[in-house]
Design a protein around this ligand. Structure first.
Ligand SMILES: [Mn+2]
Length: 237
């Protein structure tokens, strides 16, 4: 069994080179796996509308559709830049859109989440509220995009520098999930790839962070024989 986890590509209207690279990654790398997890912030901004996909994200949607059409399972876990992928995106791509995933993978209890929930404050809660979704629905895709792009200047830090405190907070959060009974915790959002393996009481626990497709070009693979690994995507521009 082979599984791919990747996140934080932060694709935007003008980032054609990066978008093309991620499309190629989905077609060449993800299509060869049995299961794929998009661990959030694939898009710099997304709110799902009925019958509509932002034209600059169409290639990604088509690439995902190609993977699910080959019978592979794809999970799209929303990040803090994604506000309800919507039923249309899910039915078009065949990817299951969720907030987080808890499942058994070859005998291990695995938890996968973008990881912004435990570091986000009231602004996150407000933007992720039903009211915000309703406002976005009312504004329509073009106007919402314009507002989101104006807001990102203030809200978004695309190239996050290495931050020891944030790094440790993610590890601490993974530790709390281990206490809840998970064997493997996979997070994203920090843009800092990480892997920690411990064996308290002889029971193996693994925390991994996908990193990003901006500064690090890292993703996670799981293979039955090799376990979980952080891999660099070398063709990345
Ligand atoms: Mn994020």
């Amino acid at each position: 069994m082979k599984i791919i986890f990747f996140s934080d590509t932060h694709l935007c209207k003008d980032f054609t080179e990066r978008t093309h690279a991620v499309e190629t990654f989905i077609k060449n790398v993800c299509a060869g796996a049995d299961m794929v997890f998009l661990v959030g912030d694939i898009f710099e901004f997304y709110h799902g509308y009925k019958g509509y996909i932002y034209p600059w994200y169409q290639g990604i949607a088509d690439a995902l559709r190609g993977v699910t059409k080959r019978g592979k399972s794809v999970y799209y876990i929303e990040g803090n830049h994604e506000f309800g992928m919507g039923r249309y995106f899910q039915s078009y791509t065949g990817a299951v859109c969720v907030n987080e995933v808890a499942m058994d993978i070859e005998g291990k209890r695995v938890f996968v989440s973008h990881g912004d929930k435990f570091v986000g404050g009231p602004v996150r809660a407000m933007l992720k509220s039903r009211l915000a979704a309703w406002v976005m629905d009312c504004l329509g895709p073009r106007f919402t995009w314009a507002v989101a792009m104006a807001a990102r200047v203030v809200l978004s830090k695309k190239e996050k520098p290495y931050n020891k405190r944030a790094f440790d907070r993610f590890r601490d959060y993974a530790g709390r999930k281990f206490d809840e009974g998970y064997d493997v915790v996979i997070l994203a959002h920090s843009h800092m790839p990480d892997k920690v393996e411990t064996e308290p009481g002889g029971k193996q626990r693994i925390y991994l962070n996908t990193g990003d497709f901006i500064a690090n070009a890292t993703y996670i693979t799981y293979e039955s024989c090799a376990g979980f690994q952080i891999v660099k995507y070398l063709p990345f521009p």
